[in-house]
Design a protein around this ligand. Structure first.
Ligand SMILES: Nc1ncnc2c1ncn2[C@@H]1O[C@H](COP(=O)(O)OP(=O)(O)OP(=O)(O)O)[C@@H](O)[C@H]1O
Ligand SMILES: O=c1ccn([C@@H]2O[C@H](COP(=O)(O)O)[C@@H](O)[C@H]2O)c(=O)[nH]1
Length: 238
């Protein structure tokens, strides 16, 4: 059997994708399906670090956050990602997938604090490491956290598992005629202002030469195909 193309990956999981077809929160069937896909690649011997988004919870409370102090709202968003991290860990536990949650915000009773060396050790032991609370700083996003943790973990690639199956010439939600790229460079993505990932994350990855693959979390087997180096989603590289 062919070997995986990567030994260590940073998987950015969309918070909003956890809703499935619900309008808010975490859909059990969806999280179980996502965990099964993660387990498949862990079983191939790939070391998996995860950064989880918070859109499924945070966007639900967005009307209440309107007019709020930005930093306060962002801290709420980061805490939403910690809830998702715990839910993900629990779903992993149910299929005997061993994981550890590390939080960029100190909530010691709930999760370990982020410690780089410890996270790397867990990965070497074959445990999945789930990073909650993004970067720990307001005014950032979990895409940027994925870029940052990807570099810190010496991951070979950032895999952005999201609601669309790649990077398009424009937002496919609002522009159904948009075309999907098979691959493109960081400079193209930044210059064309392609909003599938924020510019801070793209710039960080460009500067550190860390490639990103954007693919759909709703497409069965897509994560494994990306990990096996097959043609799936869009590759953004230097
Ligand atoms: N050029 C583009 N190509 C592809 N998707 C795009 C583009 N521009 C905007 N998008 C939108 O970006 C979305 C994915 O990014 P977004 O940051 O909203 O979600 P996420 O990071 O996956 O989720 P969350 O923020 O909940 O963690 C897609 O659902 C798509 O509608
Ligand atoms: O480093 C970070 C990461 C996230 N936030 C806030 O959390 C929400 C949810 O994250 P998504 O990336 O949108 O899923 C985000 O909108 C920010 O408000 C943050 O402040 N810092």
């Amino acid at each position: 059997m062919a070997a995986p193309a990567y030994k260590r990956i940073l998987l950015k999981l969309s918070g909003e994708a956890l809703m499935g077809n619900d309008s808010y929160g975490i859909n059990r069937e969806t999280i179980e399906r996502i965990v099964a896909e993660v387990k498949e690649v862990v079983d191939l011997g790939v070391q998996v670090a995860v950064v989880i988004g918070g859109g499924n919870i945070f966007r639900g409370v967005a009307p209440a956050a309107a007019g709020m102090d930005r930093a306060t709202a962002d801290y709420m968003g980061m805490m939403a990602t910690v809830m998702n991290a715990l839910a993900l860990q629990d779903a992993m536990r149910r299929v005997d997938l061993v994981s550890r949650v590390q939080s960029a915000l100190t909530i010691e009773q709930v999760a370990e604090p982020y410690i780089r060396g410890k996270a790397i050790r867990y990965l070497e032991e074959g445990k999945v490491v789930i990073f909650g609370a993004g970067t720990g700083n307001p005014f950032f996003t979990t895409d940027t956290a994925a870029a940052l943790r990807g570099m810190e973990m010496n991951a070979e690639i950032v895999l952005k598992a999201t609601k669309v199956d790649g990077v398009y010439t424009d937002d496919p939600k609002t522009h159904p005629d948009a075309m999907r790229y098979k691959s493109l460079t960081f400079d193209e993505a930044i210059m064309r202002n392609l909003k599938v990932m924020d510019a801070t994350a793209l710039t960080l990855c460009r500067d550190q030469k860390l490639p990103i693959n954007v693919f759909s979390i709703f497409k069965q087997g897509a994560l494994k195909r990306v990990v096996m180096g097959e043609d799936e989603g869009t590759l953004v590289s230097p």
